[in-house]
Design a protein around this ligand. Structure first.
Ligand code: ADP
Ligand code: MG
Length: 360
């Protein structure tokens, strides 16, 4: 197995004279056996980064290392990787068994009984042992993706590269596969780099999350760290569902002023000079409802949504800002109520309005 390093990777695509910088100055260290998720909105450079890791694409500048070996110039077939894509990329005229055995024969020359044993093991692992003689056309989407994963397992590579492998599956199946992939990783321990635009997938699966935006890394860290201490406003907004609430305002000597004639919100331990334009954020689950005048802000309940395990209350502030608060199902808050909202001080973040970076 191998650690993987991206060293000052930049990639530009050229279309005629137009250059698109898809990935810019990416530095990343992935430890041996780690499950790393690259996450970010569509077009942020995830697939480009993965293709550079695979060798399908050569970076404009920068180096790729597997362990200590510089593999930058090596094509994909020379690298000890197995890829899984969103579209399963199975051979339609081959059975499941043949699809899974194909890379074994191609890459390692393993055929016959030995190949059958390896394929059977991987098929059992993916729960498709009874589908080996079927053609891909006779399988459901979920089953096809299991075959694609099984085929990757058969290769027993140093590194798995997966590009949105679950995105074509329905929500329930995606959840199941997510858990199975984690179990698989626990069993095999293979270094895995997994790309998704889905922050929930990233949060639940990753040992380490890498958040990308516009081709640049925004933050790298364990899911909980990224969730609790977002490095900038982009990360704060991208990670978590429903999203954080953001308030534009200004730092005053006695706290943060949202604007209008609201009282300042007292802050703990933030040493930002008064007068700075800032953005305060707080997650919906870190807001409590209190009587008007007793919280940090007052507002009017616009809508209460029941989501089974909890409520989401949409509250309109006097300045027009909309705040989402998660409430217990025993709440008595109703639409039209005037209420106060109290922010959990330990869960409030302040960002520089201009740069979006967090004030520490
Ligand atoms: P993601 O996988 O995060 O959606 P991509 O890596 O596919 O993002 O794309 C990153 C950027 O590079 C986007 O702006 C995209 O339009 C551009 N891009 C991707 N592939 C090509 C290509 N073959 N030619 C030109 N531009 C491309
Ligand atoms: Mg992509």
């Amino acid at each position: 197995m191998a650690s993987v390093t991206l060293n000052e990777i930049t990639h530009q695509y050229y279309e005629g004279n137009d250059a698109t910088v898809a990935v810019e100055d990416v530095n990343l260290e992935i430890e041996d056996g780690e499950f790393v998720v690259l996450v970010g909105p569509s077009g942020c450079g995830k697939s480009t980064t993965l293709e550079i890791l695979s060798g399908l694409l050569q970076p404009t500048t920068g180096r790729v290392l597997f362990g200590d070996e510089n593999v930058t110039g090596q094509p994909a077939r020379k690298r000890d990787i197995a890829m899984v894509f969103q579209n399963y990329a199975l051979y339609p005229h081959m059975t499941v068994k043949e699809n899974m055995a194909f890379p074994l024969e191609q890459r390692s020359g393993i055929t016959g009984e030995e190949a059958t044993d390896i394929v059977t093991d991987a098929a059992e692992m993916m729960g498709i042992g009874d589908l080996l003689d079927r053609l891909p056309g006779d399988l459901s989407g979920g089953q096809r993706q299991r075959v694609a994963l099984g085929r990757a397992i058969v290769r027993d590579p140093e590194v798995f590269l997966m590009d949105e492998p679950l995105s074509n599956l329905d929500a329930k199946l995606r959840r199941e596969m997510r858990i199975e992939l984690q179990e698989l990783h626990a069993e095999l321990g293979t270094t895995t780099i997994y790309v998704t635009h889905n922050q929930e997938e990233a949060m639940t699966m990753a040992d380490k999350i890498v958040i990308l935006n516009r081709g640049e890394i925004q933050q790298v860290g364990p899911p909980q760290t990224v969730y609790e201490n977002p490095a900038n406003r982009f990360v704060a907004d991208f990670i978590g569902e429903p999203s954080m609430n953001f308030f534009n305002g200004e730092i005053a000597t006695d706290g943060f002023v949202i604007g209008g004639d609201a009282d300042p919100i007292a802050l703990n331990g933030v040493s930002v000079p008064a007068g700075r334009e800032a953005v305060l954020s707080v997650r919906p689950e870190n807001i409590a409802t209190v009587a008007p005048g007793e919280g940090d802000v007052d507002g009017t309940v616009r809508l209460v949504e029941l989501l089974g395990s909890h409520f989401e209350a949409h509250v309109t502030l006097p300045n027009g800002d909309d705040v989402i608060a998660i409430l217990e199902t025993d709440t008595t808050v109703e639409e039209g109520d005037a209420i106060g909202l109290r922010f959990d001080r330990d869960s409030v973040h302040l960002f520089d309005a201009a740069s979006g970076d967090r004030f520490d």
